[in-house]
Structure formats: structure tokens, C-alpha cells
Design a protein around this ligand. Structure first.
Ligand code: NAD
Ligand code: MG
Length: 381
């Protein structure tokens, strides 16, 4: 089997390290030739020792590069990820940076890589129309890594050209799913980071607790699968065993199931169309006993509705939602604002920053900085 080269952008994160676990299991299939990270230099050095990439990048330049790693071509600074990506010209790019900070990498990966494996949902939330158009024009596949979108993509393999009635995104409900509304406002960082079914990076774990994550995923699904907002539904499913579903016009629903482990969707994107077995826990239906479902509670989780309304409003609205959320989540994680303020900051920002058309990536960044400035200001009060 021919080895594929892969750039792992955000290599030190939750998705990045799990992708490297797949590389570790299939050394004859993948060569991780480019590893990038933001600031965790020591962690990246360790990964470089193990995987021996030819290219590596750190946004924060470390004081020195250890002697045994000086044979690697290093890039530093805010644009280091993109420069490393362009130099490495790997066949695949796994885009696993968190936030709109990963948009540039997705954009440039489409130029130089054969396939983009997308975990960085914020790149589609903010630049979705432009990114999908570019991918289509260049004929480059965008393979979803987000578990819900991977599930839908897997179900779509059985579509055979039939029209879809709707997509059904499942949602664990996040750490606060059983909390009373009155208690949620003051939930602490510790409360929120205790996700019931998935072990993920800090930002997405907070996004799950506000349920803005599911809203971002509705927007992501809209772009990946060209489905209007009206045909994407969300269902609460606390066990996270059904990863998502598609429904056909005859009422048939196809679902993809498995124990929650991101190496499933990561490996599916990396190996597509081949599956890459790992030490997945088998699904034991008898032990599970039952699977539960409920409608989302928009009263306790207003961010889901805000995201769906932003998608329907179009233009820069999803960019504004995302920018306000990134600022508010960052402030919450630093304990500058209570949990309940996240939704308020997003709501006020969406109501105050006017919607503008998005015709270029520059327009995306303009709307993002307007949203960030407003959100940062509103946090002060
Ligand atoms: P994480 O915080 O664990 O890791 C983020 C990675 O990106 C790190 O390697 C970090 O160094 C790097 N990074 C952060 N900011 C950067 C910047 N400004 N420039 C360059 N690199 C930067 O995040 P994660 O949980 O792995 O999530 C990554 C992406 O995947 C997010 O968009 C998230 O929504 C999505 N996702 C994650 C999961 C999961 O299980 N963790 C599931 C589905 C989707
Ligand atoms: Mg998801």
C-alpha cells in the first residue's frame, strides 16, 4: 500500500492527538509530514520525536528548538501554520485548529492538498459558502471529521441519488443537560468541562454546555451537505451512541452508531473509503438497555436557536455569532464572566452588529473583528 502524507494542523489538541493515534497504528498508510500547534511547544516536540515530520510550526516561537529536532524545517508566528502547510504540500490536511483561527489553513489546504479532512467547524460556520465553492471548483473532497457529519456522510454512502427529506443531528445535551435554568447562569468552568460522553478541547466543551455547538453543527451540515436550515433537525440523545441520521422521502431513517470515540470519525476520514479498525469499544446493546431521545429545550439553551436564526439570516450573521461566541467563551474560561453571560453576549452582539454580505475571506475577517470588538466591549459591563 502506498503511504499518504498528512499534515496535522492542531496536532497537540484533542483531535490532533487522536489522529496521530491512527497514524501510529497505520505507519505503512500514513506519514505525518507536517505537525503544527499554537503554544504547547513541549508537547509538539514530543510528537515530533515520535513522528519525525519534515515540517513543523508553532505560533508562539519557543526559546530554542531542541538539538535533536533541528533537522525539521520550523515555522513560527501567526501565519506559521499556513507557511508550513504550503511548504509541506502533503496529500491530506487534517484541519483540527479550534476557532476561526483555522479558516486560513482550510482555505490554503484546498490549494495544495488532495483532500481536506475537516474538524475545524468554525471554518465552515464563518467561511462556509466560500470554502465549499472553492472545494467544488477545485474538485477537492472535504471529508467531515465532526462525529455528526461523519455519521451523515457515512449514511449518505447508501443514498444512491435519492432525495433527502431531512438530516437529524443528535446532541448529547452537554454537561448541564439536567440542570435547572435558575442554576445554569452561575455554572462554573469545572461544572461545564465535565462533559458526560466526549472528552474534548475546552472551547468545544463549553460550546456543548451552551448548545451553541449544535447550532454551529447545523450551519456546518448546511454547508457540507447543501441542505437548507429547514431540513436540519436536532434531537437530544444523551448516550451519544447514534451519531446522526438521514431521512428519505419514504420515511426511512438511516443512522450510524458506535460507542463515542472520535477515532472512529477521524479514522473514517483518513482512510476513506476504507475503514481503519482501532481498539474501539464494541457496542453492547443489551448492556445499554435503552437509547433515549428528547426535543431540545430552547428556553434553557437559547444559543441553539440563535445559531439557526443566524444561518437563516445569512450574510455575515453566522460570522458574528461565531466571533461573539469565541470572545465570550474565552472570557468564561478565564472566569471573567459567568456562564449565563455567554448567551447574553452572543445575543446582544447579533442584535447590534448589522448583517453584511460576504463576498470574500476579507469580508469574513471584517465581520469577525466587528463582532469581537462589540462582544469584548459588552463583556466589560
Ligand atoms: P483543542 O483545543 O484540543 O486543540 C486545538 C489545536 O489547535 C491545538 O493543537 C492548538 O495548539 C491549535 N491551535 C489553537 N489555536 C491556534 C491558532 N490560533 N493557530 C494555530 N493553531 C492553533 O481543540 P479540539 O477539541 O481538538 O478541537 C479542534 C477542532 O475540532 C474544533 O474546531 C472543534 O470544534 C472540532 N471538533 C472537536 C471534537 C473533539 O472531540 N475534540 C469533535 C468534533 C469537532
Ligand atoms: Mg460534533
Amino acid at each position: 500500500m502506498k503511504t499518504r502524507t498528512i499534515a496535522i494542523l492542531g496536532a497537540t489538541g484533542s483531535i490532533g492527538t487522536q489522529a496521530l493515534d491512527i497514524v501510529r497504528r497505520y505507519p505503512e498508510q500514513f506519514r505525518a509530514d507536517c505537525l503544527t500547534a499554537h503554544g504547547s511547544a513541549e508537547k509538539l516536540f514530543e510528537l515530533c520525536r515520535e513522528f519525525r515530520p519534515r515540517f513543523a510550526a508553532l505560533v508562539n516561537e519557543p526559546r530554542e528548538i531542541p538539538g535533536d529536532l533541528r533537522g525539521i524545517e520550523w515555522f513560527f508566528g501567526a501565519d506559521s501554520t499556513v507557511r508550513a502547510l504550503l511548504a509541506a504540500r502533503c496529500q491530506d490536511a487534517l484541519c483540527a485548529i479550534v476557532g476561526i483561527a483555522g479558516l486560513d489553513a482550510v482555505w490554503h489546504a484546498l490549494d495544495v492538498c488532495e483532500r481536506v479532512l475537516l474538524a475545524n467547524k468554525e471554518a465552515l460556520v464563518t467561511g462556509g459558502d466560500l470554502v465549499m465553492k472553492k472545494a467544488a471548483n477545485l474538485g477537492k473532497p472535504m471529508l467531515p471529521v465532526d462525529s455528526e457529519h461523519s455519521a451523515i456522510f457515512q449514511c449518505l454512502q447508501a443514498r444512491q441519488g435519492n432525495p433527502l427529506k431531512r438530516l437529524l443531528l443528535t446532541c448529547s445535551g452537554g454537561a448541564l443537560r439536567n440542570w435547572k435554568k435558575a442554576d445554569m447562569y452561575a455554572a462554573t468552568v469545572r461544572d461545564v468541562l465535565a462533559h458526560p460522553t466526549w472528552n474534548m478541547g475546552g472551547k468545544i466543551t463549553v460550546d456543548c454546555a451552551t448548545m451553541v455547538n449544535k447550532g454551529l453543527e447545523v450551519i456546518e451540515a448546511h454547508h457540507l451537505f447543501a441542505m437548507p436550515a429547514e431540513k436540519i433537525d436536532v434531537v437530544i440523545h444523551p448516550q451519544s451512541v447514534i451519531h446522526s441520521m438521514i431521512e428519505f422521502e419514504d420515511g426511512t431513517v438511516l443512522a450510524q452508531l458506535g460507542m463515542p470515540d472520535m477515532r472512529g470519525p477521524i479514522g473514517y476520514a483518513m482512510g476513506f473509503p476504507n475503514r481503519l479498525p482501532y481498539d474501539a469499544k464494541p457496542l453492547d446493546f443489551a448492556a445499554l438497555g435503552h437509547l433515549d431521545f428528547a426535543a431540545p429545550d430552547h428556553d434553557r439553551f437559547p444559543c441553539l436557536g440563535m445559531a439557526i436564526r443566524a444561518l437563516k439570516a445569512g450574510g455575515s450573521a453566522p460570522v458574528v455569532l461565531n466571533g461573539a461566541n469565541e470572545v465570550a467563551v474565552g472570557a468564561f474560561l478565564k472566569e471573567h464572566i459567568p456562564f449565563g453571560r455567554i448567551a447574553e453576549v452572543i445575543d446582544r452582539t447579533l442584535q447590534s452588529v448589522p448583517v453584511s454580505p460576504i463576498a470574500s475571506i476579507a469580508d469574513v475577517y471584517e465581520a469577525d473583528s466587528q463582532a469581537r470588538a462589540f462582544a469584548a466591549e459588552s463583556i466589560k459591563f
